[in-house]
Design a protein around this ligand. Sequence first.
Ligand code: GLC
Ligand code: GLC
Length: 637
Amino acid sequence: MDLSYESSRIQSLILEEIDLTGIPADRLAAFHARLDAHFPALFAHMLELYGGRYDAYLHIRQLVANLARFQRHMDPAKQEGRETRWYQSQDQLGMAVYIDLFAGDLRGLIDRIPYLERLGVTYLHLMPLYLAPEGENDGGYAVSDYRQVNPALGSNADLKALSEALHARGIRMVMDFVFNHTSQEHRWAEAARDGDPRFRQFYYLLDEAEAQDYNQTLREIFPQVRRGSFTWNEACGKWVWTTFNSYQWDLNYANPDVFVSVADEMLHLVAMGADVLRLDALAFVWKEKGTVCESLPKAHTVIQAFNLCLRIAAPHVVFKSEAIVHPDEVNRYIGLEECELSYNPLMMALMWESLATRQTELLNASLAKSFAIPDGTAWVNYIRCHDDIGWMWDDSISEGLGTNGYDHRLFLNQFYTGRFDGSFACGVPFQENPSTGDCRVCGTLASLAGVEQALASGNALHLEHAFARIRLLHAIVLSAPGLPLLYQGDDLGVLNDHSYLSDPGKREDSRWVHRKALTDADFTAAGDLATPQGRIAADLAELIALRKAHAVFGPSSFRLVDLDNPHLFAFLRTGGEERLLVVANFSEHVLPLALDIPALIGGTGEVRDLLGGVASPLDLRALTLDSYAVHWFHCRK
Ligand code: GLC
Ligand code: GLC
């Protein structure tokens, strides 16, 4: 339906009614231009979500008033930026840190910036730092106040100081937009418990029968802590929708007041200095009876509407999607109008799958289907993050390869939790579902890749294999198109840490096994080449430096290359004056191959292995791949 007349009429009406005083003239003019460009789409999205409500106009007007008011705080130097597609550049390198575990507090983190700079980090994801309940708070993902820094980490002024210090060194600040739920201690939840009619509509407070009804079709996310998706609340006399933990209350986006209020909290994160917002648990934000309540069409409408708010109020900010769901669904969140960035959970999980099986066919076939994303967007490629590894892929692909998806997941869980004979991994199960036996896997990169086990057994060959696996994984995330994201501690080669078991606020959640409080000793060990940590850190530093030195790692084309060998993963990137062929052996088998590397690259310049493994031109035509070898064959023209 063409709404252009209605939209322009509503826009003028709103502009007459709201207060635009106090906004400097140049910023106001820029705001008007952006509103003209994006209000029609925002209006259409709001009508799709809330058009049936008698008070829709009032909420849309409030939303625009908030976007306008925010212009008083907007740094004019920041009004541009997303068009540069900075996130596709080869100089980008991401890292995710828990402020307390990485550096004690916000001030401590400022002191660690030189380390981040040396490593080459340009994109720093600060794990949730907001006020949260004492004790259990899901690592900060239960937010009690988006506008207040958790006092254990510092003050709002410290956060401001950190954001200025990061920006001064060209590091972008990434913050979590935890918009699917608040903690039960958020003022909205407290008001709901006190019976305030406005805030009771902010959440899903349901009768027994209604909750049962929904439960029929929902997936259980944390089945080990609580069955079903609802928690009884005595004060409300209702079942509260709690997809994750019982203290995380899902927000009700069917209510426009929620959308408008949350958009205002989002702008506050931008005011604190966020350049990227990580959309936490975004698949769950829209609910409809009789469905799985995940990745529904209107979840996309909600996210696109938030993105339009940013285009109007803070156009430099981009979204990163945290959709850890079926690959087809993951890709649906990616787009210039929705999330410019997205975690790449498929490649992450299938690299681990390939290491376990020594076979790359599932990785190759899955990426062939799902790796392509719209122009201008980018994957955030990672090996480990603060969460568990879930074995999510398209089962029709594994079936096509003769593998039953369910059985294969069981095998991977056994393998990575060390219950499979011959496994190199020391992982820990997460959220074993008592009804299905399904689980996910936790552990640090070094422990999962075999370092922990090799050190315990003292087997030098196994230790070399473990180092080689880590190097291979790093070499892939650093050379695949997109932004590579490291997880704190993995850069230092830290092992699993079981101390969470003695903390009552953490012991139920095995993800803490890979959330270690880093000590000076960890940093010192990583600086010493004679230690395993030092070896891992040095390999990583070499790869990062090479990535940053060659434009082909930036926005260039990508094509999977079939080398007709079940253990290999290879791809070709071409852009500008350069060509890069990445070849990785996911097995410990030494593979003599009759491959003509220069012919495969197809360039005219001299071919070199940037990683130094293959030196002579002769070897390039009769390549022998070592255990877990990875090569970056490069040529100009
Ligand atoms: C996201 C976070 C995870 C958290 C969940 C609930 O998936 O990554 O750590 O448990 O959301 O907020
Ligand atoms: C589920 C969710 C995902 C989240 C994870 C936390 O898999 O789909 O968003 O990261 O739980 O463990």
